[in-house]
Design a protein around this ligand. Structure first.
Ligand code: COA
Length: 286
């Protein structure tokens, strides 16, 4: 079952596109992230390589700020998330998790889930360029991105049960939605790690590339998406995201509403005009 047929919460059905603050803020400074915008792509690198980019509270707070920056800046049209050194992200920081009690443990999970959810719904395409270990919160971060391109050296897993906990940043929910319930159960309750090729077979990643080609392949995939109508990409992502948790009829209505809405955009006129005039479109995102 890839899509749940559960009824969507009321706020999903009533949701409207999030207001985007139009601004060109200077890049904020981060201690544990590298954040660079090049020609409309934000390159977001988790940068704590001596700890395999383990997500401590400080990294999560910075990630939260970075997601706000991505959402709010109109000079960013897409995002590539990766990790510094040999890991993508080897999970939440176990030295912090070891100190937690039930209430701060729950609060930590809710904070992480919120950051990932805001990234997933930022309205811009996000690609995870998975360069190495993507474990626990790292696998969950990759799953919150829209596409996953893996280096042949990447390894994926939800090893939380080995630590006596369950996934907390969305793994029990996104993994079954991505690869099916049975396969997700296998990965989560065994805690086993899979290599890039198996991840590809499972449908967890979209493409496996040579390690040296990872960033170039990811950028070229993202530039391809960014050449499409940005509002069309945004509303397609939103219809898929929300529709998977709706009944078929509700999802079809959502799709028809988005289809109709896009007919009011300059982008539709440009896209169709360009086709009819046999030229490349130049979308304005309006
Ligand atoms: N939290 C905190 N520190 C972590 C970490 C994590 N999730 N993952 C790795 N590290 C730290 C290690 O403690 C080590 O720090 P040290 O040099 O100060 O001792 C450093 O990163 C390098 O890790 P190391 O284990 O020596 O590398 P390795 O190549 O031998 O093994 C892994 C790599 C990924 C297999 C191993 O680090 C691991 O199992 N990490 C935990 C994965 C996990 O359970 N994640 C889910 C957490 S909920």
């Amino acid at each position: 079952m890839r899509c749940s047929t559960l009824h969507a919460p009321a706020h999903y059905l009533m949701s409207t596109p999030k207001p985007v603050i139009r601004s060109r803020k200077p890049t904020m400074s981060y201690e544990n992230l590298l954040f660079e915008v090049k020609d409309r792509i934000a390159f977001l690198t988790i940068n704590r390589p001596d700890k395999l980019n383990a997500l401590n509270d400080k990294v999560m707070a910075e990630l939260s700020q970075a997601v706000d920056e991505i959402t709010g800046r109109d000079d960013i049209g897409g995002v590539i998330v990766t990790g510094a050194g040999k890991a993508f992200v080897a999970g939440a920081d176990i030295s912090e998790l070891a100190q937690q009690g039930p209430f701060d443990g729950k609060a930590r999970a809710l904070r992480g889930q919120d950051v990932y959810r805001r990234l997933e719904t930022c309205g811009k395409p996000v690609i995870a360029a998975v360069n190495g270990f993507a474990l626990g919160g790292g696998c969950e971060l990759a799953m919150a991105c829209h596409l996953r391109i893996a280096s042949e050296k990447a390894k994926f897993g939800q090893p939380e049960v080995k630590l006596g906990i369950c996934p907390g940043y969305g793994g029990t929910q996104r993994l079954p939605r991505l690869i099916g319930k049975g396969r997700a159960i296998d990965l989560i309750i065994s805690g086993r790690m899979v290599g890039a090729e198996e991840a590809l077979q499972l449908g967890l990643v979209h493409k496996v590339v040579a390690a040296d080609d990872l960033m170039q392949e990811s950028e070229s995939a993202l530039r391809g998406i960014m050449a499409m109508g940005p509002l069309a990409v945004r509303l397609s992502l939103e219809a898929i995201d929300q529709g998977c948790d709706m009944s078929l009829d509700e999802g079809l209505l959502l799709e028809a509403n988005h289809f109709g809405l896009l007919a009011a955009t300059a982008d539709m006129k440009e896209g169709m005009g360009a086709f009819l005039q046999k030229r490349e479109p130049e979308f304005s995102g309006k």
